[in-house]
Design a protein around this ligand. Structure first.
Ligand code: GLY
Length: 349
């Protein structure tokens, strides 16, 4: 069965494009009109992603130039990281939970068809972004989790595989052996470093030269997490969000802090009322800081964690912002490069 969103019967509206200059007046619940947004035709294919997405945005850009659908291009881009054993934050080679089991989360949205798909705590499948796309394509549901998500993937011919590599198994064993003074594990080897907790992930947002938009986020989540913990990545509106009339946004970093503000949705809403992508992402981060519990704020009033948002609008403008300085990846229509994010606080300021 073809899994391409480029199939004519599925695309329908996707190839329609937008007028040279259009006044978009999206309506919201209750019949009240949202603020008008002026859009102009933009000629470039754009992809914006987290810093680990440099190869991915380049691949997405190539595919868009060949006429690929925006979600197909984005997923081919993030799959590079899912299949890379050296990316410890995504797919195969991602760090496991506290029991040594890799549990993966992913979600995606396809702007032209207004569809969404997601999987949570998926085990044994290297490419959760593709499984999320299958949920989007072939079901009336949005999210499948755990064993059900795995059985769903197996039914489409995905292979069940061991997602741990020798390197991630060693890291996990070192973490388990050194996690506490009173546990039953002898610290081995005595000189080993505790591997810090990390929240990697890849998010990618794409707009093509017709103004069609898609987004995808995929992750192995927080290293050493409590089994069953699901982060922001598979939550529609947190891990990523697309509105084909406005733009797309997604996130990496401390998922719990993103979920509390529905950050990807909020960033798209900020763009709807006229903010540029970078300013929209910064505004969302200010909300995150304001919504943070005291235990997550240091004595200088700064968060003890980092969080990033990446955004693109229908015009092809793009940007990214973080709490502390970081880098992101973008394909600007002609080349892929890493760029500095806008940020709220200097790291040692
Ligand atoms: N943002 C990835 C996670 O928290 O799982």
């Amino acid at each position: 069965m073809s899994d391409s969103l480029s199939r004519r019967n599925f695309l329908g509206t996707a190839a329609s494009g937008i007028a040279a200059t259009a006044l978009v007046r999206p309506s919201v619940a209750g019949g009240v009109e949202a603020p008008a947004l002026h859009t102009t035709a933009q000629a470039a294919n754009i992809a914006v992603a987290s810093g680990n997405g440099l190869r991915g945005v380049e691949r997405a850009g190539q595919l868009l130039a060949q006429g690929a659908d925006t979600l197909d291009a984005a997923i081919e881009g993030v799959k590079i990281q899912e299949l890379d054993p050296n990316d410890r934050s995504v797919g195969y080679g991602g760090l496991p939970n506290e029991h040594g089991v890799v549990q993966l989360d992913a979600s995606c949205m396809h702007g032209p068809t207004k569809r969404a798909g997601a999987v949570g705590a998926l085990e044994g499948i290297k490419t959760p972004s593709v499984v999320a796309k299958y949920v989007l394509l072939y079901t009336d549901h949005i999210m499948l989790v755990g064993e059900g998500a795995k059985q769903f993937a197996l039914s489409y011919g995905f292979k069940e595989e061991d997602l741990m590599t020798d390197a991630t198994r060693e890291r996990w064993l070192r973490w388990r052996a050194n996690r506490g003074e009173t546990d039953d594990w002898i610290n081995v080897p005595s000189d080993s470093q505790l591997v810090p907790r990390q929240t990697g992930t890849i998010n990618m947002n794409v707009v093509n030269s017709h103004g069609d938009i898609s987004s995808v986020t995929t992750t192995s989540g927080l290293a050493w997490k409590i089994p069953g913990r699901v982060g922001d990545s598979p939550i529609i509106g947190a891990g990523q969000y697309t509105d084909n009339e406005i733009g797309a946004a997604g996130s990496t970093g401390r998922g719990e802090s993103n979920i509390q503000v529905c950050g990807a949705f909020l960033t798209v809403e900020h763009m709807r009322r006229g903010l540029k992508p970078t300013d929209a992402a910064l505004e969302t981060l200010r909300r995150v800081v304001a919504a943070s519990e005291d235990r997550l704020i240091d004595d200088r009033g700064r968060p003890t964690f980092n969080l990033s948002f990446y955004a693109v609008n229908k015009r092809g403008e793009f940007g990214a912002a973080t709490i502390y300085p970081s880098r992101y990846a973008a394909f600007d229509g002609s080349e892929a490069s890493r760029r500095d994010t806008a940020y709220l606080f200097e790291r040692n300021g």
